[in-house]
Design a protein around this ligand. Structure first.
Ligand SMILES: [Zn+2]
Length: 121
């Protein structure tokens, strides 16, 4: 039994999922994954610093994409938990995650106590 507004969270999660998918598409668009332009630049006599900064930008974008992907997985997991009725339940202790926490982070899987224990590790 739950007093959570599960439908409200479902709506938010679906919206978040749409936003994250767009973000991933955008990052893909920015980074088609081709190294062509980069190797072209390397054959020109570019100074190394410039090449290094291009590489760094790419790494930043890749990690953005990685974190967007991770968030997408978390959102989809949360939607699955809504389906099977375990949404809002701490995956470690089985207690409630807490409404305030879910409002801040609708895909949270741990109650604040367990989350804190995690962070202390
Ligand atoms: Zn817990």
């Amino acid at each position: 039994m739950t007093s959570l507004d599960v439908e409200g969270f479902r709506t938010r999660l679906v919206e978040e999922r749409r936003r994250v998918i767009k973000e991933i598409e955008y990052l893909h668009h920015e980074n088609p994954g081709s190294l062509e332009s980069e190797s072209e630049e390397r054959t020109l006599d570019n100074h190394l610093a410039e090449t290094a900064s291009v590489t760094l930008d790419r790494e930043v974008d890749y990690s953005l994409e990685e974190s967007a992907n991770r968030q997408l997985t978390a959102i989809e997991d949360a939607l699955l938990r809504i389906e099977d009725g375990t949404y809002g339940t701490c995956q470690r202790c089985g207690g409630p995650v807490g409404v305030e926490r879910l409002e801040a982070l609708p895909w949270a899987t741990l109650c604040i106590e367990d989350k804190r224990k995690d962070e202390r590790r």
